[in-house]
Ligand binder design. Sequence first.
Ligand code: COS
Length: 374
Amino acid sequence: MVDFNLTPAQAEVREVARDLAARVLAPGRDARERAHAIDPEVIRALATRGLLGVNIPRALGGAARGPVAYAVAVREVAAGDAAVAVTMAVTNMVAEVLNRFGTDEQRQRHIPRLVSGEYFGGAFGLSEPAAGSDAGSLTTRATQDAGGWSLSGQKMWISTGDAAGVIVLWARTGGPGAKGISCFLVEQGAPGLGIGKAEEKMGLRASHTVALSLDDVRVPDSARLGELGGGFRIAMAALDGGRIGIAAQSLGIAEAALGIARKHAADHAGDVGFEAELADMATELDAGWLMTLRAAQLKEAGKPFTVEAAMAKVAASEAANRIVRKAAQVLGPRGLLEASGVPRLVRDCRVTQIYEGTSEVQRLVIGRALLKQD
Ligand code: COS
């Protein structure tokens, strides 16, 4: 049975995240967007509230609140600052990947640093200039010798790739296709790791997105994560959880837009009735949220949730993009002014239909599963 109520522990995470969003994140948000940077204090503020390891065991410094609490937290943080939310989301995802697939040594080395904010987040090094949606065709090469592994190739679209303490990075150790891919841990500052300049993006400007070049980056065998040739499954499993986070992020952005529209409509009650617009916005937001909660609950119960996460991500992100545009419509010309906050929400929302698997990829995952049903 689906339980729509949060447990007291989950509700507490929501309050903590909501308070952070309102009191700490919202005030500096526009300055961060203009500066194209997130200050380390913001990362520390997330860390001290347990928001960088929401679903990580306490023994490793995490908050151990589970996937539902995680989705709740991302939504709240995104309502305050979506650029901070993506940094938070990727860091949680990297910590979870390490927790699930790492050796004790790998966990101990990186997870406490990720969740405590000692690292400026984690990064997820999967995409390449010629391998985005078709992640299984990546060409970064890992070659083994007596000293460990040498990594060479190019990565692209890596959030926080210029600052993250650890980058989970995929490279080819075998033949073509998904089975030839393994996963490695590359630490910031590794010799041979070149970092491109931060992209000038439409939205989420405070979060840096960079290309990485790897030129004979040396890592020991102990920095290989999971099975040799098992890297693609690790990426897919991580992205299943990541997609719940992006669904929640998109809805946090939408919630902020709905809040602005509601306030405007209430203040201008004499103008035109905006009830129908507001109703559609709230209904779509709620539908996306219930789907996100369902995927998170399945994950929490240890059940398969790949399809439900894909459904939540495509439904939520597409709804969120409609909602932010509707907010602009409700505000009329004021909605086009930066000061209204709406243009930033429209900008920040757009990528939720693209990263961590495009809408097309989510539909492929859902459609393939449908065709496999008896
Ligand atoms: N969990 C665990 N394993 C999975 C999985 C999942 N969710 N999805 C696929 N796999 C496994 C499959 O079981 C298969 O293994 P076996 O051959 O042993 O059965 C293997 O991975 C290959 O799967 P598949 O044949 O489905 O791979 P494709 O190359 O067809 O890839 C898509 C399918 C398009 C879904 C995948 O490449 C993808 O998700 N791309 C988007 C990548 C992405 O989101 N990038 C964003 C990066 S972060 S901005």
